[in-house]
Design a protein around this ligand. Structure first.
Ligand code: B12
Length: 216
């Protein structure tokens, strides 16, 4: 399922990828299904890059294709998340951690949160631990979403958590870490509360936290 789109993105065939997405939307595939296929496609781009058969310009190209696809599918997300409309203005701070400028996945999560009634403070990319701390103090938000894609930036996430401990704020906030490389090991190392490398799971976690339910 979705192999054609995965391949078109992996081969950086922009025109074909866009045409397939339009076809998929009109045949009723959900925006989520399409995002998952896009993720697999760019994962292959990443793999080819690390193997040396693709260059940085190819990574950039894959990001451009993804951005175009997002423009097409964004309006359809909301339709599919009708059950997640309970943000009720709860505040969430989100940013990509220091040293890392990847933001396509973060922006999808932000879009979904805003569509569901959350008040999101987007700190952007390359956000230092100190900036996260300042944002917590300024806004009073108690839920933080951190995005990391570069493994060598995971240490800054730990620094951020340690900074919150030092500031005496750790027990007052819940931290959700997202991005391609996150797993249980990363969760344990950094000391964050929850992890997700999937937007739907992320939405469930945020919803449960803000409803006072402890996510499993
Ligand atoms: C596109 C891309 C880029 C683009 C980014 C454009 C942008 N505006 O984001 C550009 C070209 C700029 C780029 C640059 C670089 N990149 Co790059 N990039 C990618 C690529 C191909 C796709 C990433 C992506 O957008 N995925 C699609 C989105 C939708 O998926 P996602 O991010 O995982 O998000 C989902 C979930 O994780 C989750 N989520 C995401 N954020 C959040 C946040 C929260 C709070 C939550 C709860 C959930 C959540 O929800 C999303 C939807 O489901 C990946 C390959 C890969 N496997 O991921 C490499 C990859 C991440 N890049 C890599 C590298 C090495 C680089 C560079 C260092 C290359 C260089 N030599 O300059 C630079 C670093 C720049 C920097 N300082 O950050 C490596 C990292 C390797 C590593 N081990 O650290 C990868 C894995 C490629 C590879 N295999 O080598 N890159």
């Amino acid at each position: 399922m979705g192999k054609d789109l995965i391949e078109a993105i992996a081969n950086l065939d922009e025109e074909r990828a866009i045409a397939i997405v339009r076809e998929k939307m009109s045949s009723g595939e959900t925006a989520y299904e399409i995002v998952e296929q896009c993720k697999k496609g760019v994962e292959m781009v990443g793999k080819r890059y690390s193997e040396g058969s693709y260059y940085l310009s190819d990574l950039i190209m894959s990001a451009e294709i993804l951005k175009e696809i997002m423009v097409i599918i964004e309006p359809y997300f909301y339709k599919n998340v009708a059950e997640f409309t309970e943000g009720n203005g709860a505040q969430i701070i989100i940013g990509t951690i220091e040293g890392d400028i990847h933001d396509l996945g973060k922006n999808i999560v932000i879009y979904l949160l805003r569509s569901s009634g959350y008040r999101v403070h987007d700190l952007g990319v390359d956000v230092s631990p100190t900036k996260f701390l300042e944002a917590i103090k300024e806004t009073g938000a108690t839920v933080i979403g951190v995005c990391v894609l570069l493994t060598f930036c995971i240490g800054y996430v730990k620094e951020m958590v340690d900074l919150l401990v030092e500031a005496g704020l750790r027990d007052d906030v819940k931290i959700v870490l997202g991005g391609y490389p996150v797993n249980e090991q990363v969760k344990e190392y950094t000391g964050v509360d929850y992890i997700s490398n999937d937007a739907v799971k992320a939405m469930k976690i945020f919803k449960q936290i803000t409803a006072g339910i402890s996510p499993k």
